[in-house]
Design a protein around this ligand. Structure first.
Ligand code: SAH
Ligand code: SF4
Ligand code: F3S
Length: 480
């Protein structure tokens, strides 16, 4: 209640017309999220900031007072999807003019005031580091203004905010450990939309994980654009290299490997996952820690992007094909049962047929368990857009992508077939999509397993014998 007056007071400062104070208590906010896990995790922070101020979240667009869409800019298609949603929200606003529409996340940061001032299809624009300002921005809109905050921060990690778990199954949750990215891959918009890389206080990470465990959650995924470069040295702020730390900072520093160990030690019953690993930064020390704890899931998402050295150089990825293969060899040596997945971009600027063949050969070398595969999409103001020509014709990109996808499907199926006849520990996450009589969960290797429910329930660890498979799913029955 105290808050309401504060907002209204602030909103009225400098305003000529005195507005009737609005009742913010119980205002309904509808949040839709696109893009990476980080965005979904951020939406939970946003929900927390707003519910603290008396808002309630709703899953029903029709009853919303405020609609927020958390957006992604990674490829042109991602932005088009959001634009279509904004059209739908604006139709809703025609029926209900007091509806407030806000755009959050990477597209907000990239386009800044464009959606607000030129296109006039939203009321609020908020970048990823400005979510604490959301209640004030809504208040500005109440006052008849349009509101924007796209300031990027060098410190903000939202460490003190306890996320409201939206769409939660009560078993698995995300925890952000770093924000931003300092890598400057030439194709990528993320360093511009998310700002500089910063690491979150490890204590707040551990506490969040412990809290989740005590509430019945059984799996946490530590999130960052490059989790391997996580480094805490005693204060919030920009990342430094370990070598540049003072003796005092070194003494209290926490690396990603050390952080993982701390989280793994919370309980053997709490599974730990992480995403995304970067081939240039993943260390042997980390792989050893991973191998040491059964509850650290044996699955690494290690995006290669291309299997060719000239293209990797043009992409500014910071590793060679040989370096990447060495990392793969090391993973397989230390953890023979570890699953590996990748992101691959088809048709990056000037990519030749032979260079594309190098990517296919890399796939044959690694035999990825899963793959996320994309046509190169030129993004405004990235280094690649400024320096190189997007000169691989669309049909060539798509044909190469089809070859990459076909190979991945073959590898995924082969891998799943090799799992048939074995038993795995499965953490049950939900009912199966196919039927209520079946449950679905994942193995440590991140493969989905479906099996008859019997007396098992969501949140249980169940030993399952695999009898059959499709390209994406293992089918089995519980053994005990
Ligand atoms: N931080 C992660 C990736 C985040 S973006 C990493 O470095 O691996 C997720 C994936 O989107 C990238 O791995 C890349 O494969 C893809 N991607 C990024 N920019 C792209 C672009 N301009 N066109 C096509 N795919 C892109
Ligand atoms: Fe983008 Fe590269 Fe950073 Fe990943 S590591 S977010 S691809 S700049
Ligand atoms: Fe998209 Fe931003 Fe994530 S561009 S992939 S939502 S960091």
């Amino acid at each position: 209640m105290e808050f309401q007056n504060k907002v209204i007071d602030e909103a009225l400062q400098g305003s000529a017309t005195v507005l009737e104070p609005k009742n913010l208590e119980g205002r309904k906010v509808y949040i839709e999220s696109y893009g990476c896990q980080m965005n979904f995790s951020d939406s939970e922070i946003v929900a927390s900031i707003l519910t603290e101020k008396g808002y309630v979240t709703t899953k029903n667009l029709e009853e919303a007072d405020v609609v927020l869409v958390n957006t992604c800019s990674i490829r042109d298609k991602a932005e088009q999807t959001v634009r279509q949603r904004l059209t739908v929200f604006n139709k809703e606003k025609k029926k209900k003019p007091e509806l407030i529409i806000g755009v959050l996340g990477c597209m907000a940061e990239r386009l800044k005031t464009q959606l607000l001032e030129e296109e006039r299809i939203v009321d609020i624009v908020v970048g990823p580091d400005a979510y604490r300002d959301l209640p004030n921005l809504v208040a500005q809109v109440d006052e008849g203004k349009r509101a924007v905050n796209v300031i990027l921060s060098k410190e903000e990690t939202y460490a003190d905010i306890s996320p409201v778990r939206l769409l939660s199954n009560g078993v698995t949750a995300f925890i952000s450990i770093t924000r931003g990215c300092d890598n400057m891959c030439t194709f990528c918009v993320v360093p511009f939309t998310r700002g500089r890389e910063r690491s979150r206080n490890p204590e707040s990470i551990i506490n969040e994980a412990k809290d989740l465990f005590s509430k019945g959650f059984r799996e946490v995924t530590l999130l960052g654009q490059n989790v391997d470069s996580y480094l805490w040295y005693g204060e919030d702020g920009l990342k430094k290299n370990y070598e540049n730390l003072s003796e005092e900072e070194k003494a209290q520093s926490v690396t990603f490997a050390q952080l993982m160990e701390k989280v793994a030690l919370i309980s053997p019953q709490l599974r730990v996952r992480f995403s995304t690993s970067h081939p240039k930064d993943i260390t042997d020390e980390f792989l050893e820690i991973m191998a040491k704890y059964d509850n650290i899931c044996k699955y690494i998402h290690l995006p290669v992007q291309s299997g060719n050295n000239r293209i990797l150089e043009l992409m500014n990825r910071g590793y060679t094909r040989e370096w990447y293969m060495n990392r793969i060899d090391k993973i397989k040596e230390i953890m023979p049962d570890c699953a590996i997945s990748s992101d691959i971009i088809s048709g990056f600027c000037s990519e030749t047929e032979e260079e594309h063949q190098d990517t296919l050969a890399m796939m044959d070398y690694v035999k990825y368990d899963f793959g996320y595969m994309f046509n190169y999409s030129e993004r405004p103001n990235t280094l690649a857009q400024r320096k190189y020509k997007d000169d691989v014709p669309q049909e060539v990109k798509s044909r190469r992508l089809a070859e990459i996808i076909a190979k991945q499907n073959k590898h995924s199926l082969e891998r799943n077939k090799a799992y048939v006849g074995k038993t795995f520990e499965v953490l049950v996450e939900k009912k199966s999509k196919r039927s209520d009589a079946e449950l679905a969960g994942r193995t440590s290797q991140n493969t989905v397993v479906v099996f008859p429910k019997e007396n098992y329930k969501i949140g249980d660890y169940v030993t399952v014998f695999i009898e059959n498979c499709t390209g994406g799913t293992l089918l089995g029955k519980a053994v005990n």
